[in-house]
Write a protein that binds this ligand. Structure first.
Ligand code: AMP
Length: 171
């Protein structure tokens, strides 16, 4: 696993001063690392009858789609406002400064469907917390929230359903 951690690039002071940004594009661009990362994540959910994988814009789409393909599941998009064409369900959530909003098509998940949610990095957990709320309000049965990497010092998993958080790489 250390090889996967090592290939993720740290970018200092992005998007603003004081933040160390985990740039996963270096891992995605390496064929062996991308393959290994998806296989290791998908392995946990094989046989778990996942109906749909929800991917969070934008890097969550890449991971979510690859996982869904491996699991024989559908893909659902959670997007920034104004991008989804059909009727949407919206959720606003707090950021460090101000708020942000995410949207999902209101018919993207049917009550009782078994849902895996995927994103690249778990930081403060605000984004995933909002996605969890949306999926639950549509009646989805959340099996897990999975991440390629987790910034443990930000304690994001405390905002998410207990026992339903998995991250492959911990920083
Ligand atoms: P959060 O809501 O704080 O858990 O973070 C939400 C999103 O911001 C995640 O989808 C990450 O893609 C991104 N993010 C936040 N902090 C970082 C970081 N230090 N490095 C890379 N991505 C980050």
């Amino acid at each position: 696993m250390q090889d996967l951690k090592d290939i993720i690039r740290d970018v200092n002071d992005f998007p603003k001063k004081g933040i160390v940004f985990k740039d996963i594009t270096t891992l995605l661009a390496d064929p062996a690392s991308f393959h290994k990362m998806i296989d290791l994540m998908a392995h946990r959910y094989i046989g778990k009858k996942i109906d749909k994988v929800v991917g969070v814009e934008a890097r969550g789409f890449i991971i979510g789609a690859a996982l869904a393909y491996k699991l024989g599941a559908g893909v659902v998009l959670v997007r920034k406002p104004g991008k989804l064409p059909y009727k949407t369900f919206k959720k606003s959530y707090d950021l460090e400064y101000g708020t942000d909003t995410l949207e999902i098509h209101e018919d993207a998940i049917k009550p009782g469907e078994r849902i895996l949610i995927a994103d690249d990095v778990l930081a403060t957990g605000g984004t995933m917390g909002a996605v969890v709320d949306m999926v639950q309000q549509l009646g989805g049965d959340i099996q897990d929230c999975c991440f390629m990497a987790e910034l443990e010092f930000l304690h994001g998993r405390a905002k998410l359903p207990e026992g339903k958080v998995f991250s492959l790489l911990k920083f």
